[in-house]
Write a protein that binds this ligand. Structure first.
Ligand SMILES: Nc1ncnc2c1ncn2[C@@H]1O[C@H](COP(=O)(O)OP(=O)(O)OP(=O)(O)O)[C@@H](O)[C@H]1O
Ligand SMILES: [Mg+2]
Length: 278
């Protein structure tokens, strides 16, 4: 059994600076954040406030200078080794010579051995340590890629490639899915449809999601918690709980409370922006 009450993610007084002395860039200063298992958390804030740095620390690609990062109670390096973390970068990195289907099934095959390690680390029972791998064909069809199973990445649009990358990340059943502005390059309607698909998969697979976006409406629509950040030094200024019912379909956009959340977050972002000028 997983230890009850262990957060999916915990950052304690994390600092990360680039360079030394007075010219150092403090990308993150005294950042603390606790994320419940299964929740959807978005990071939003002006360019340079440390969102990608925070994701890199969580994904174990960088170390904090001070403070502590834990994913389900273990270090990011241990969590990565056990394939507990899935990363969806801003631009999808697919293998160009492999079909859509092989792109998503290959990592699953390669990582089969990780399930046991993951069981030991996260304290799963033997049965829980080997969750049924999702049927990738089914997930691709659900993501609207049924016609594209045997196509090569070069034959797909940008939005389709992004969907393949998301399905691939979900295919490993990560405990924590880390996404850096995955929809930023897409048109509004493709973006909304991908948001729907992401929410469906999230609901089905009960993954914790840490999501970076510059879009206020996207953050409100997707998230349980929106974390507003400010730059120089990069820091968290406020965590806003979004108490709106799910599923959050198109009708949400017409609702007063949705726009109240948008206004609140915009106000905090404006302040974050001005605090930078000081
Ligand atoms: N490898 C690096 N070397 C030096 N400075 C860096 C490095 N990576 C990030 N920084 C600096 O750290 C700060 C935070 O960068 P980060 O990429 O985390 O911001 P961000 O919030 O993701 O911005 P954006 O919204 O533009 O993606 C910035 O001032 C950036 O210039
Ligand atoms: Mg970034």
């Amino acid at each position: 059994m997983k230890v009850p009450g262990t957060p999916a993610l915990e950052l304690r007084s994390v600092r990360r600076a680039y360079g030394f002395g007075p010219s150092a860039t403090v990308a993150l200063d005294d950042v603390s954040l606790t994320v419940r298992p299964g929740s959807f958390v978005s990071l939003i804030g002006p360019s340079g406030c440390g969102k990608s740095t925070l994701l890199r620390l969580v994904a174990g690609l960088e170390q904090p200078d001070r403070g502590d990062v834990r994913v389900h109670g273990v270090t990011p390096a241990e969590a990565c080794a056990a394939k507990m973390i899935g990363l969806v970068p801003q631009t999808p990195a697919l293998l160009p010579w492999m079909s859509v289907l092989r792109n998503v099934t290959l990592p699953q095959k390669i990582n089969r051995g990780a399930a046991k390690r993951r069981g030991r680390i996260a304290g799963f029972t033997e049965r829980e340590s080997a969750p049924a791998a999702p049927d990738m064909r089914e997930l691709l069809v659900k993501a609207g890629l049924g016609e594209a199973l045997h196509k090569l990445p070069a034959q797909l649009s940008g939005g389709m490639r992004q969907r393949v990358a998301i399905v691939r990340a979900f295919g490993l059943r990560p405990d924590m899915l880390v996404m850096d502005e995955p929809f930023s390059a897409l048109d509004e309607f493709t973006r909304e449809s991908l948001q729907d698909q992401l929410l469906d998969l999230w609901d089905e697979l009960k993954t914790t999601v840490l999501f970076v976006t510059h879009s206020v409406s996207e953050a409100v629509r997707l998230s349980d918690t929106v974390v507003v950040m400010a730059p120089k030094p990069g820091r968290i200024v406020e965590s806003i709980e979004v108490d709106l019912p799910r599923p959050r379909g198109e009708r949400l956009f017409g609702e007063h409370r949705f726009h109240e959340y948008e206004d609140l977050i915009r106000d905090r972002l404006r302040r974050a922006w001005h605090s930078d000028a000081a």
